[in-house]
Design a binder for this molecule. Structure first.
Ligand code: ADP
Length: 514
């Protein structure tokens, strides 16, 4: 990783300019501020500690700040709400960069009930959008990630997922407004035609599609984002399934994948390991007070106590009752064929308590997982993607679990099963105050990257510590993709000021090869 940004004279010039743009009270550069915008889950916050933050309130301010940063050559790191925990929170890849905080731009600009989309500013949180929809009587349903305290825009741009039919959040993006690094303003897709009311309804406009180029990239600052939302379901049904043994993951994935591919299951249902579920209930000490790796027989006791399997999955259906009841029958038959047991289908109908609807309702319950080991907790996500092939996924699980055990970390994984792709989200839980654990977690993460690369797969998203390492694994034709990304980066951001190093994309000024 290139050196930190340390040019204090340039920084002072930029912060002065920023004060004139956003006002004195929206520039945060004291030591406390630097800590507040660091990665709250890092073992060592200094590695990615920003120089401070600047909070913009409008598109014009974002443009002016980018101009000032280019002129002073100060790197900026845009965040929407900065809750990207497990992947770095609000902290930049490059220590010393200034966080461009967009959380004040938090208007829901449009909710189009007829056409099923919303348009949000970057600072709109999942709770904000939920409240806006609730005020209208939930005419559309949103999809939310497990920990939904972040922003709708930031999460979609990072390719977050949720257990909903529209749970591939990046895939629901339609039409962006973006400030490019040279401060010019762009509207993508149909929005490139001034005043076009089809901006947020078609992804297939004229010419190359750019929405996805602004996902997980450092090519622009998104100031408006169109997102498709689903029509409310007339009814929903859900079924909880359990697999008793670790190796059962193979038949679990073999059951879900074809049903998902054929459109019988409406969403990417996940198989979640029991440590994950236990970690939402309480710290490990609630179940066992020992040291080291959780022993297998203690795992059995935890599963008995909580009434869960080694793997657990909730399959949800959404739509008219006669349609989903027919799907439910097919799914029950498939579970029976696979010898997979579970409870009974639960049905919700419009008019019942909305809390039981399976609509995306924001929650932060899952964040309780960081208390697993006690102390000041944290988590890291290791998230490789592979084909929805049961044997491949099972092999990935065995490899990964073995590594967790080798490094003395309790295994917690979830396999989100799509029709074609399965995403393994492996959570690495830790106590930030345990220096020995810090060393083991880092070694575990590096081993997982290397193992997964050797198996021929890569991660879909990663923590700021590992952005170069993961980019390095995407190596076809001697890193042709990195060269293309760098070519684009240099063309769009000649001053090299927007999020240097994000996803391993460094502007020329910071590349070792010049
Ligand atoms: P959230 O609060 O939704 O969890 P963040 O605000 O932490 O998400 O954003 C996650 C990452 O996505 C950021 O680190 C940044 O790289 C990128 N990002 C977020 N918002 C924007 C934006 N408006 N424009 C460009 N990139 C963004």
């Amino acid at each position: 990783m290139p050196a930190a940004f340390t040019d204090t004279a340039a920084l002072a010039r930029f912060l002065d300019a920023a004060r004139a743009i956003v006002g004195e009270d929206q520039v945060f550069a004291a030591e406390d501020d630097q800590r507040a915008y660091a990665d709250q889950m890092a073992f060592d916050q200094a590695t990615h500690q920003p120089s401070g933050a600047v909070a913009a309130a409008s598109v014009e301010q974002v443009q002016a700040l980018l101009k000032a940063a280019a002129s002073a050559r100060v790197p900026l790191w845009p965040i929407s709400r900065g809750k990207n925990f497990g992947y770095g929170g609000s902290a930049p890849v490059q220590a010393g960069a200034v966080v461009l905080d967009l959380s004040r731009m938090n208007r829901v600009l449009e909710i189009n009930q007829q056409l099923g989309y919303c348009v949000v500013e970057p600072g709109v949180s999942f709770y904000d959008l939920f409240d806006a929809l609730a005020r209208l009587g939930h005419p559309l349903w949103m999809s939310v990630p497990g920990n939904s305290w972040g922003s709708v825009a930031g999460n979609a741009l990072e390719r977050g997922v949720g257990p909903q039919p529209y749970g591939d959040h990046a895939a629901q993006i339609c039409g962006l407004e973006v400030v490019l690094p040279d401060a010019s303003l762009l509207r993508t897709g149909a929005g490139a035609l001034d005043g076009n009311t089809a901006w947020h309804v078609t992804k297939n406009s004229y010419g190359p599609g750019w929405d996805q180029i602004f996902c997980q990239s450092n090519f622009g600052v998104v100031t408006k984002l169109g997102l498709w939302l689903m029509p409310p379901a007339e009814a929903t049904m859900s079924l909880s399934l359990q697999l008793p043994e670790a190796d059962d993951i193979e038949r679990g994935i073999a059951m879900h994948a074809p049903l998902r591919l054929r459109g019988i299951i409406d969403h990417d249902a996940a198989w979640v390991s029991y440590v994950g579920i236990a970690s939402y209930v309480g710290p490990r000490s609630m179940f066992w007070q020992g040291e080291g790796l959780l022993p297998d027989d203690e795992g059995v006791k935890i599963r008995q106590k909580l009434g869960v399997g080694w793997w657990n999955s909730q399959v949800n259906l959404f739509g008219p009752e006669e349609v989903i009841a027919a799907k439910a029958k097919i799914i029950s038959a498939a579970a029976k064929d696979a010898g997979i047991s579970g409870g009974d289908w639960q049905t919700w109908r419009q008019g019942d308590d909305f809390g039981a609807s399976l609509a995306g309702i924001p929650s932060t319950r899952d964040m309780a997982m960081i208390d697993w080991y006690g102390g000041r907790g944290g988590h890291l996500g290791f998230s490789p993607v592979m084909p929805s092939d049961a044997k491949l996924a099972a092999a990935q699980f065995r490899r990964t679990r073995q590594r967790y055990e080798e490094f003395g970390v309790d295994y917690y994984g979830a396999f989100g099963v799509g029709g074609r792709q399965t995403v393994a989200v492996n959570e690495i839980l830790y106590n930030r105050d345990d220096a020995d654990q810090a060393r083991r977690v880092h070694a575990l993460f590096e081993a997982l990257i290397a193992d997964t690369h050797k198996a021929g797969f890569g991660e879909y998203r990663t923590h700021i510590d590992y952005m170069d390492a993961v980019a390095q694994t995407f190596d076809f034709n001697n890193h042709a993709m990195r060269r293309l990304n760098q070519t684009l980066k240099d063309a769009l951001d000649p001053a090299g000021i927007l999020a240097p190093g994000k996803q391993g994309i460094w502007p020329r000024a910071w590349r070792s090869e010049g």
